[in-house]
Design a protein around this ligand. Structure first.
Ligand code: GRF
Length: 227
């Protein structure tokens, strides 16, 4: 069984004390990004968002970053001839800024295996369902909530997990359940699940930043968890 103690990846000598440096990748409106920024600014997460990177020039997430004085970087996929080339560029930009953790927050690209191994156990994602259900390639946005309703499950939720080469299949850090109501539509369900996303994503990042996560095989242990 492989055991990773994530304490080792935490930078202890940042100019801001012992705060971790977070890079957020986002393609859209960025409400999860906002929750992360708010949690760093309030001190809930001992860390700061040092850069927001998007593959979409007009992503509102970039605007949110600017409003908080955070560097907003658009990396144009059309400037690269392949996914590997783009991911190499992306990785170089992140590394240059000394990020300890990369948070995917509605980033609409599947990352290449070389990018994932370059930042092994330092990439997190949030998914709007209880994985391993309703995940994988093609399961994003409203499609997830539509699939949940079509299947007829009574409980859905959201999952924060580490990113591996297996899309939506990495070790799970936190999950939260959300009941499906009889009159739910994909829109109402998405809205309700999103409120929980905004709570558990900052919580998972906080645990990482505090060096309290340990990956043992597929399981993520939370140190100091009394629950
Ligand atoms: C969220 O539903 C998240 O679970 C998924 O993409 C969506 C991003 O929404 N990965 P936002 O841009 O954070 O508002």
């Amino acid at each position: 069984m492989v055991r990773y103690d994530l304490k080792g990846v935490r930078r202890v000598t940042d100019s801001q004390g012992s705060k971790i440096r977070i890079a957020v990748l986002a393609s859209g409106r960025g409400t999860n990004l906002q929750a992360i920024i708010d949690a760093t600014e309030s001190g809930y997460i001992p860390g700061r968002v040092i850069v927001v990177i998007s593959d979409k020039r007009d992503a509102y997430a970039l605007e949110r970053a600017r409003k908080h004085g955070i560097e907003a970087l658009f990396l144009d996929p059309s400037s690269c001839s392949s996914r590997d080339e783009y991911d190499k560029l992306l990785g170089d930009e992140i590394e240059r800024r000394g990020a300890d953790l990369i948070c995917l927050a509605g980033f609409m690209r599947i990352l290449s295996p070389s990018f994932i191994s370059r930042f092994r156990n330092r990439i997190m994602n949030i998914h709007p369902a209880l994985l391993p259900s309703f995940g994988g390639v093609g399961m994003y946005g409203e499609r997830v909530h539509k699939a949940v309703l079509d299947y007829g499950v009574k409980i859905t939720g959201c999952t924060v997990h580490f990113v591996t080469e297996d899309v939506d299949g990495g070790p799970i850090i936190i999950q939260e359940a959300v009941p499906v109501l009889d009159d739910d539509t994909p829109e109402t369900l998405a809205k309700r699940v999103l409120e929980h996303e905004h709570r558990i994503y900052p919580e998972a990042i906080k645990l990482f930043a505090e060096g309290r996560l340990e990956i043992v095989g597929r399981r993520v242990r939370i140190r100091g968890d009394k629950g």
